[in-house]
Write a protein that binds this ligand. Sequence first.
Ligand code: ZN
Length: 434
Amino acid sequence: MISYWNKPAETMERAEMTQLQTGRLKEIVARLYRQQPFYRSKMQAEGLLPEDVNTLEDITKLPFTTKQDMRDNYPYGLFTVPMSEIVRVHASSGTTGRPTVVGYTKRDIGIWSEVAARALVSAGLSKQSCIQIAYGYGLFTGGLGIHYGAELLGASVIPISSGNTARQINLMKDFGTTALACTPSYALYIAEAMREMGVEPKDTSLKVGIFGAEPWSERMRQEIEAQLEIKAIDIYGLSEIIGPGVAVECPVQDGLHINEDHFYPEIINPLTGEVLPDGEKGELVISTLTKEGMPMIRYRTRDLTVLHREKCDCGRTLVRMSKVLGRSDDMLIIRGVNVFPSQVESVLLSFGETSPHYQLIVDRKDNLDQLTVLIEVTDAMFSDEVRGLEVLEAKIKAELASVLNVSATVRLVGSKTIERSEGKAKRVVDRRNL
Ligand SMILES: [Zn+2]
């Protein structure tokens, strides 16, 4: 049986959705022009007035908003309401440059909880579920976003946050956790720690995982589903737009339905900014249609995906985006060839002997880029004869060369050599000083 949190919104006819989106877009553009000096001056620079936006297609007249715009207006410059109306502030970690800050009104928190609840129901959760939220709480939106959605749904929430993996596993068993929410790399880490502790999936009540906040491949899904014996559902979101709940997979697991009554998606060529038709791969751009605290018009997410509008077997009419295929700014250019960590991941996971832990190291020697891929193998494999390792290395090297169109040095290393992450995994070390 298929359940929805908000059936009218999730199964709306296209004509009705277009009408709703158009009305909301016109309203938000008019509000930004009136109340937001940053957007007003950007529109004025293009000679645009709110009246110039009458249809959804007219959105392409509006300029993009970028992470740099957020940094330039740090901390509160893009807020559209007085601070007295802001009830919550979140911020990115700011590992490169100033953190990006976002603000929510009471109504924004309500919408966020609504879309997060839709996501959890789409993943198969109900009031009966017991969800362990192992995303970080705090300024990061992962923890609190899922938390509010789960409480709205009426599930039992275990707000454990990330880290302390042994305790995660013990509580999972003792509390009867049925759903786990965290990054996919942390889910694998938990699976590994479970094996070391002698805890088997059947010792827990875990049925489903809601994983997001970093791109992960179909292969990695298979790995997580096999190791934890659960269904692994992909959830998508980013703090700049609202947080987790922008889009989520349904039980069909063939793309993520975007909550497009609140978030209007476009796909562009990341190099030219040109809008691409459905079915073509490019960068996802999102406009918020209902946000009050900090609306975003045409925000460049840097996430690469494809939009599909075919009818979904789950009955939702919401447009689907493919699993994120990488980030336009994570893309490595090695000797002129575009390389995404996710491509490497798919290759590695097709070899049974390797573990899902890997790292790409890029160096430049004599003006030539060198790509080294570190891959962990199981201890049994590593203590095996050298000959076996060499054969495996050669096989992976050949497969990588054919998928990436660039040659890489492959180094097999023992288990636990590559640093583990309780949040987003560090897949790339670029030492080129570009
Ligand atoms: Zn569906």
